[in-house]
Design a protein around this ligand. Structure first.
Ligand code: NAG
Ligand code: NAG
Ligand code: ZN
Length: 311
């Protein structure tokens, strides 16, 4: 049992190094990726294909391990920022135009502080809950402060924290999206990647559900090439709303291949991963039997990996 336990501790590190090496080899090819056709998700390079901790996933609410993992503290999310909006050809991205360290939005967990780097959207949503695909998902991309910058943090397991909010389709417009949608219209024509300064100031808090204390958490990857497995995901349980008319504004965004009618990566295998559900005050109950299952699952995975490697 002791050797099993040691093995279980080291396995994620081994897999992580393995994925870093393989993704590094394929960096060159990752420039041309898209959401359909020959450069679509089935043919994305390196760790996108062979990784075992990929994102997004389907969150199965009957299969969560519930625990009090500590609240996420959103700091300076309630400030109005000047922001740039960019049509990257794969999404719409928002970068805050501020250089002052003290007013950078960030989240604090029980273990570290994560600095907000950028926000971007996926339509429809990437994560599903019990198979249900929502209309829109926003990703708040953060990096662990101890690594100084985003590119350095990408090299570390859980160096990146992405908080995701889901938007359900609703008959009424969500007026909190108005400044963003005006920006989207401005950068809609494709002239290569293009940036505009948003006319209205923007407050990140409006893209979080009112109750942002409850979340699902799991270890995964970037959902775009090179799909590095450095991401600790927090998918917020509560949802926001968006109307069909508003979604159509996103869908009209032009890219090198015409309208970007969708930009969600297909659901990836959950494999051995356990999705945790944070609830305030829940007494942590990680049972021995689920740990044993996890170990057996990982053993099986390693056997598969090595046999694949020999071929
Ligand atoms: C926002 O856009 C302006 C003008 O294009 C640029 O000078 C500035 O560096 C951009 N800021 C960010 C954070 O990208
Ligand atoms: C990021 O941080 C690392 C280590 O602190 C440093 O070596 C590197 O030059 C930095 N990269 C950028 C783009 O600032
Ligand atoms: Zn994303």
């Amino acid at each position: 049992m002791n050797t099993l336990r040691n093995f279980r501790m080291e396995l994620p590190i081994v897999l992580y190094i393995f994925s870093l090496i393989t993704s590094g080899l394929c960096l060159v090819q990752s420039k041309e990726w898209s959401y359909e056709g020959e450069n679509g998700p089935e043919n994305w390079p390196g760790v996108c294909v062979i990784g075992e901790n990929q994102s997004p996933i389907d969150i199965v609410t009957d299969d969560l391990s519930r625990a009090d993992l500590g609240r996420l503290k959103f700091i300076k999310y309630d400030v109005q920022y000047e922001a740039n909006i960019t049509n990257t050809g794969h999404s719409v991205q928002i970068d805050l135009n501020n250089n002052e360290e003290l007013v950078v939005p960030r989240i604090e967990t029980t273990t570290s502080t994560y600095i907000l780097k950028q926000m971007h959207f996926h339509w429809p949503a990437e994560h599903t809950v019990d198979g249900k695909h929502d209309a829109l998902e926003v990703h708040f991309v953060h990096y662990d402060k101890q690594y100084n910058n985003f590119s350095e943090a990408l090299k570390h397991s859980s160096g990146i924290v992405v908080v995701a909010s889901l938007f359900e389709l609703h008959t009424h417009d969500n007026h909190d999206l108005t400044p963003i949608l005006e920006g989207v219209v401005t950068v809609t024509p494709w002239v290569g990647p293009s940036t505009a300064i948003m006319n209205l100031k923007f407050m990140p808090l409006v893209l979080l559900p009112k109750d942002h204390t409850t979340y699902y958490r799991y270890k995964g990857s970037l959902t775009t090439p090179n799909c590095l497995e450095s991401v600790l995901w927090f998918v917020l349980t509560e949802k926001l709303t968006v109307s069909d008319t508003q979604i159509n504004i996103f869908k009209n965004l032009q890219s090198s291949k015409g309208s970007l009618s969708f930009n969600n990566r297909p659901i990836q295998k959950t494999g051995c991963r356990k999705v945790q559900h944070h609830l305030d005050g829940y007494s942590a109950a990680s049972t021995t039997s689920s740990n044993l299952l996890f170990t057996l699952c990982n053993l099986l995975l390693v056997t598969l990996l090595f046999s694949r490697h020999k071929m």
